[in-house]
Design a binder for this molecule. Structure first.
Ligand SMILES: Nc1ncnc2c1ncn2[C@@H]1O[C@H](COP(=O)(O)OP(=O)(O)OP(=O)(O)O)[C@@H](O)[C@H]1O
Ligand SMILES: [Mg+2]
Length: 241
């Protein structure tokens, strides 16, 4: 079967800083692909390229068989690309319910009624039903991360792009995120999941890709990637957890 998302020779420079030189990977339908890499490797930049926030200097992005490299952010959302942000972007003064509902209205052109019904389903899925009337700004960190996932789901995506949805959480809290990701996989979503905590990647993904030196250094089963010389080299001096 054709991959749902395909990245070919993706590159981007900021002035003299060539952050990505030649990134290639495929995401299979219903696969969870973990992306690891040192700080500043270009992981967030790669999501910005996939979602259209940034334009590549070279390369191609194919989504469901279509070349989306030059499509706008909005077109990509309507086509089914959803993402979370490393720094949560919920509207602080809106409730959890309102935040997800607004995502449906603007991300999927839904009526308020339809978006409201979907918001209730999503809040249930992410474990936020009891906080639906709480304003986002007063939610704790785990619930803010849950809400980020909820907002990404609101536009009815096919592929979810997660930027450190487990970042800064305790082990128990990460367990809650892993449960959500497992549910999303069961529901058929395909996921690209950037994360620093290697244990999380081992538990929550099908394959892991190491992004470093501007390219995909190694990609494969999580345990093989973690045990690889490449990871050792890239994280030289950094203990593997
Ligand atoms: N809009 C921008 N303009 C110029 N340089 C940028 C821009 N966005 C990112 N960069 C640079 O690109 C490089 C990669 O940044 P990026 O945020 O993608 O790293 P990352 O792998 O996500 O790191 P982290 O693990 O810390 O989140 C950095 O050197 C950063 O300074
Ligand atoms: Mg980042």
């Amino acid at each position: 079967m054709e991959p749902i998302l395909k990245v070919e020779h993706l590159a981007i420079s900021f002035g003299n800083n060539q952050v990505l030189k030649d990134v290639n990977f495929e995401l299979e339908d219903n696969e969870t692909l973990g992306v690891i890499g040192p700080n500043g490797a270009g992981k967030t930049v790669m999501l910005d390229l996939l979602t259209g926030i940034l334009k590549p200097t070279a390369g191609k992005i194919i989504f469901m068989g279509q070349d989306i490299t030059h499509k706008s952010i909005t077109e990509r959302v309507y086509m089914g690309l959803g993402r979370t942000f490393q720094v949560p972007r919920a509207f602080e003064k809106l409730t959890a319910y309102e935040n997800v509902m607004v995502g449906g209205v603007f991300g999927n052109k839904m009526s308020q009624k339809a978006a409201g019904a979907r918001a209730e389903e999503i809040l249930e899925l992410i474990g936020l039903t009891d906080k639906m009337t709480t304003v986002a700004g007063t939610l704790g960190i785990l619930n803010r991360k849950r809400l980020e996932i909820g907002i990404a789901l609101a536009s009815k995506p096919k592929v979810l792009l997660f930027d450190e949805v487990a970042g800064g959480l305790t082990e128990t809290e990460i367990g809650a995120i892993l449960d959500i990701v497992a549910t999303l996989k069961k529901e058929g979503y395909s996921i690209v999941w950037i994360e620093h905590v290697i244990q999380t990647m081992m538990k929550g993904t099908d394959r892991v890709l190491l992004l470093a030196e501007g390219k995909n250094v190694i990609c494969g089963e999580a345990c093989n990637v973690m045990a690889s010389e490449e990871v050792e080299r890239v994280y030289l001096g950094v203990k593997k957890k």
